[in-house]
Design a protein around this ligand. Structure first.
Ligand code: FAD
Length: 431
């Protein structure tokens, strides 16, 4: 009996520690989940795990496998997606699950995700319009690089001889898919232009500063094997820059493709700067869309941007942030933490219910200490070089201003794709 107690004692202690840790982890999971629900961050953007609770044994392998951190957690002993909106579809959870209880799907029962029709040769249902990268549904940098290269291989195969339109292909988007496709087009000797509405690097350029980027080796035309696995946003962008300089890749920036129409056997690609006649189009535009603009006079000035890159650049400046979601609140509070800044946060809604509690708390704290001025139910009327005019509390007010950051969400690419004749399937939680 005494001998049994010698063994059972430590086992009991270990079991107690295990239960306490499990309880702590579950409390943390419930807190993260409640915050995501309160902030309305319950819908995944694209590919994400669907967990079958009847198969899940709560081993937490999927939680450790996720490269994005706290996205999955255990609730009642079963794995759950706690922060669906932050899932980027690595799929490592599904691969790691020993019980095969995870399936990767698009959309949910409540919210459909639009996936354009893409054939095995990367061609859409419109012959001559091809799709590569995240737009086709498959996320991740490595997949985008691979698909861009392969799609351009198909375009090169189908490209007619030199007679015909002045361009063989227009590549739309300069993210990983567009970069890789453009290099493949150069390698194949095609006449091309690459058009980017924003700046080089695609969604990667919008990652938070210092973000750890997990990727896998891929083959990049004119460069060879890219052996990146774990890197940072900054290093990855520096790598793309180096590739661009070494290969002579040319991209036109700040030009947005707005329409694609047939013109005889070719396509007329209409952009914000003009139009291009081409034999084929490769859409590598991702799924994040085009930043929503305010549509007010003066918005075309250089001081107006649609994302925050580095709060330090706004030191000693008067900044207006427009928007009511997490990105607006994070931009406003991080700039307000920099020395010498005067920050105003303007939002047309009557509260920040769409944002995370942590961000809302930070805004309230900074507002109380006069580090930040909040103008709810306000509307920006005009942006001038040294001031902005805002309608607030029934009055029109002009405030000194050096920079404007608009965080008003994005316009998804679906209407643009439909106008080009591309069929879209809306998926509600299916593969
Ligand atoms: C927060 C976050 C973290 C992530 N972390 C990782 C990670 O660690 N590892 C990983 O592998 N993946 C990660 N991803 C996913 C990865 O960024 C994407 O899968 C990848 O960038 C897709 O590449 P793409 O070329 O298809 O599209 P994008 O990178 O989205 O590029 C599309 C480009 O097209 C441009 N464009 C759009 N519309 C137009 C138009 N009409 N005219 C002209 N240009 C247009 C856009 O401005 C953009 O530059 C993450 C995503 C997010 C949001």
């Amino acid at each position: 009996m005494q001998a049994l107690a010698i063994y059972l004692g430590p086992l009991g202690v270990l079991w107690g520690i295990f239960l306490a840790r499990a309880k702590f982890a579950e409390r943390r999971s419930l807190r993260i989940k409640a915050e995501a629900v309160a902030a309305g961050l319950t819908e995944p953007a694209s590919l994400h795990p669907k967990i079958d609770p009847s198969l899940c044994i709560g081993c937490a392998t999927c939680i450790s496998a996720c490269p994005e951190g706290k996205i999955l957690g255990l609730v009642n002993g079963k794995a759950e997606l706690l922060e669906p909106s932050h899932c980027i579809g690595h799929g490592a959870c599904a691969t790691s699950c020993p019980m095969h209880s995870i399936e990767l799907v698009f959309g949910t029962e409540k919210r459909g995700v639009d996936i354009p029709h893409v054939g095995p040769d990367f061609q859409s249902n419109v012959p001559g319009i091809y799709i590569a990268g995240e737009l086709g549904g498959m996320g991740l940098i490595r997949n985008a690089i691979e698909q861009g290269r392969q799609a351009m291989g198909q375009i090169a195969k189908a490209a007619p001889s030199r007679a015909g339109p002045p361009l063989d292909v227009v590549v739309v988007g300069a993210g990983p898919a567009g970069i890789s496709a453009s290099l493949a087009a150069m390698k194949a000797g095609l006449r091309l232009i690459t058009i980017e509405q924003d700046s080089f690097g695609g969604t990667v350029a919008h990652f938070p500063r210092g973000k750890l980027v997990m990727t896998a080796p891929a083959e990049l035309p004119l460069y060879g094997q890219v052996n990146l696995r774990e890197t940072s946003k900054e290093d990855l962008l520096a790598f793309w820059e180096q590739v661009k300089n070494n290969t002579g890749l040319k991209i036109t920036y700040e030009e947005r493709v707005e329409k694609i129409e047939r013109e005889g056997a070719a396509f007329r690609v209409a952009t914000t700067r003009g139009s291009h006649l081409t034999g084929a189009v490769l859409l590598a535009i991702g799924r994040r869309g085009t930043p929503r603009m305010l549509g007010v006079p003066g918005e075309d000035q250089e001081k107006v941007v649609y994302r925050l890159i580095d709060p330090e650049q706004y030191r000693n400046r008067a900044v207006l942030v427009v928007g009511g979601g997490d990105s607006a609140l994070e931009a406003a509070t991080s700039i307000a933490s920099e020395p010498g800044t005067t920050v105003t946060l303007s939002y047309r809604g009557d509260g920040f219910s769409r944002a995370k509690l942590k961000n809302r708390d930070r805004v309230s704290e900074m507002e109380k200490t006069n580090r930040l001025r909040v103008m709810l139910q306000s509307e920006v009327l005009q942006i001038e070089p040294k001031q902005v005019t805002i309608e607030f509390a029934g009055k029109t007010e002009s405030i000194a201003n050096d920079a404007v950051i608009v965080c008003a969400g994005g316009i998804l690419p679906t209407p643009f794709l439909k106008s080009a004749g591309i069929n879209i399937e809306t998926k509600y939680g299916t593969a």
